[in-house]
Write a protein that binds this ligand. Structure first.
Ligand code: ZN
Length: 429
C-alpha cells in the first residue's frame, strides 16, 4: 500500500530550507564537510542569521562562537533554549546537528506567529532562543561539545579559545576569521529542548517516530601517545625495533576485544591515529591515538578501563614501546529530568506519534544543558542507523513529524509546563 503524505505549506518551506542548508560544504557523495569555524561553517551561519533576522529575531554570537537567535515576547523573562549544532565531521551527513538547528528555527517561527496572532492574551511566560552550538563534533578542535561546555561553565572560556587544530590555528583565530566571535555571554536559560537524529537503528526497526531520551551512555575518551624509535624499515633487525605503529595497532585490536568481551553493552573504537613521521621507509617513532569506551553501565565501563590499562602494559612489553596517556575526558550516565520525558510523552501522544523512551549513545549539547536547566531531548529515526557518514538519511515524513513534536514541546515549555509548582499560598509552619 502506498500512502502519500500531504505536507502543509510550512512543512514544504522547512524541507526546502533543509535542502538549501545541505549545500553549504556539500561533498560529491551527497554529504557535507563543515568542520567548526571553517569557511563553509561561516557561510551557513550567515545564511541562518539571515533566515532568523527575516522573521524578527536578533542574531548574535557569544564569546565562544555559539550563534543565538533571540525573540523576546516577554521583555526581561528568561529563555527557552532550542537548538543543536551545525558543524560536522569531515565527510559527514546532512542531518547530524543541522536538522536540530533548522527544526528549532522553524519551531520558533511557528510559535512567534501563533503568539502574534493571539495578541496580548497569547503571550508566553518565557522567551525563545534558537541556538547553533559551536564545535559539537570536536573533529577540528577537541574536546567535542565545546560551545555548550563553555556556556554551562564546564570548560573555561580561555581554555576553549586557546585550543588549536592540527595546523596550529586557535579557536580564537578561527572564529575571528569567519567573524563569529562576539562579546555576548548568552541568554538566561530557563529550559532547553533539542531534537537530533538517532544515529542508531532501534527506532526504525520498531517503527517509532519519536524517541524520548531519558539518559545518556557513559563514556571515557582517551588520548594516548605510543612512543617507539625511528629506524629503517629494511635494514633494522626486527628484534631491535621499537615500532610505535605496531603498538598502536595492538591497541586498536585491544579496544575491539573489550567490546567483544561485553557484547551489546559496550562500544569501543579508535577513531584517529596520527603517525610520525608517516614516511615510506621509516619505522614510526610515535603514534597519537584517540580511543573511546562507552557503556550504559558504569560498572562495565570501570571494568573495561582497568582491563584496557592492564592490556596496555602487555602491549608495551610485546611491541617494545612505551604508552602514555596524555588526556582523558569522561562523562557518567546521567538522567534527563523525568518530568521533561513525561511532558514529551504527553505531546507525542497528543500528536498521535509512535514514541518510546531511548538512551543516547552519543554525546549531545543537551547532555550539558540538562545539568543546568530541565531539558527535553528528542530523536527521529536514522535510516539503517547510518551516521557520521555521507549517506546519513531520515525521511521527509520523519523530519516533519519531528518538527511538529519539537514545536509543541517548545510551546509548552514557553508556557511554563515545567515550572515548579508555586508554594506561595501554602501556610507557613
Ligand atoms: Zn550531532
Amino acid at each position: 500500500m502506498t500512502t502519500t503524505t500531504a505536507f502543509s505549506t510550512e512543512d514544504v518551506e522547512f524541507i526546502r530550507d533543509f535542502r538549501i542548508m545541505g549545500q553549504f560544504g556539500s561533498t560529491e557523495n551527497g554529504g557535507v564537510d563543515r568542520q567548526a569555524a571553517t569557511t563553509p561553517d561561516g557561510e551557513q551561519r550567515r545564511w541562518l542569521a539571515g533566515l532568523l533576522e527575516g522573521r524578527g529575531f536578533t542574531v548574535t554570537s557569544d564569546r565562544v562562537g555559539n550563534q543565538w537567535g533571540l525573540y523576546e515576547a516577554v521583555p526581561g523573562a528568561p529563555f527557552v533554549v532550542v537548538g543543536s549544532h551545525m558543524d560536522s565531521q569531515p565527510t559527514a551527513g546532512r542531518y547530524d546537528g543541522a536538522y536540530g538547528v533548522l527544526a528549532a528555527a522553524h519551531a520558533a517561527f511557528r510559535l512567534v506567529e501563533q503568539w502574534n496572532a493571539a495578541g496580548p492574551d497569547g503571550r508566553p511566560r518565557f522567551n525563545i532562543a534558537v541556538v547553533n552550538w559551536f564545535n559539537e563534533e570536536g573533529s577540528r578542535f577537541k574536546p567535542s561539545m565545546m560551545g555548550s561546555s563553555v556556556y554551562t561553565g564546564k570548560l573555561a572560556l580561555e581554555t576553549a579559545l586557546a585550543t588549536t587544530d592540527a595546523a596550529g590555528v586557535s579557536v580564537r583565530d578561527a572564529l575571528d576569521a569567519i567573524g563569529c566571535r562576539g562579546d555576548y555571554e548568552g541568554p538566561d536559560a530557563a529550559f532547553c529542548a533539542e531534537i537530533h537524529i538517532e544515529q542508531g537503528r532501534s527506532m526504525e526497526r520498531e517503527g517509532i517516530t519519536i524517541g524520548l531520551v531519558h539518559s545518556n551512555w557513559a563514556a571515557n575518551k582517551y588520548e594516548f601517545v605510543v612512543n617507539g624509535e625511528q629506524a629503517h624499515t629494511g635494514s633494522t633487525v626486527i628484534a631491535d625495533r621499537k615500532d610505535a605503529l605496531l603498538g598502536a595497532s595492538m591497541m586498536v585490536v585491544a579496544a575491539r576485544e573489550l567490546a567483544d568481551r561485553f557484547p551489546g553493552v559496550m562500544h569501543t573504537s579508535v577513531g584517529q591515529l596520527t603517525v610520525y613521521p608517516n614516511s615510506p621507509v621509516v619505522v614510526p617513532s610515535r603514534v597519537n591515538l584517540l580511543l573511546d569506551l562507552r557503556s550504559a553501565d558504569e560498572g562495565v565501563l570501570a571494568e573495561a578501563d582497568a582491563l584496557l590499562h592492564r592490556r596496555i602494559t602487555e602491549i608495551e612489553r610485546m611491541a617494545n614501546v612505551t604508552v602514555e596517556r596524555s588526556h582523558s575526558h569522561s562523562w557518567p550516565v546521567t538522567p534527563y529530568q523525568p518530568e521533561g520525558v513525561e511532558l514529551a510523552a504527553k505531546v507525542a501522544a497528543d500528536l498521535g506519534l509512535e514514541n518510546k523512551p531511548v538512551m543516547t549513545l552519543a554525546g549531545h549539547d543537551s547532555t550539558n544543558m540538562k545539568d543546568i536547566v530541565p531539558t527535553v531531548m528528542l530523536f527521529v529515526p536514522s535510516v539503517d542507523g547510518i551516521s557520521h557518514n555521507e549517506h546519513e538519511y531520515t525521511t521527509d515524513e520523519d523530519i516533519v513529524a519531528g518538527l511538529a513534536m519539537l514545536t509543541e514541546v517548545t510551546n509548552r515549555l514557553c508556557n511554563g509546563a515545567l515550572e515548579p509548582v508555586s508554594t506561595a499560598g501554602e501556610t507557613a509552619p
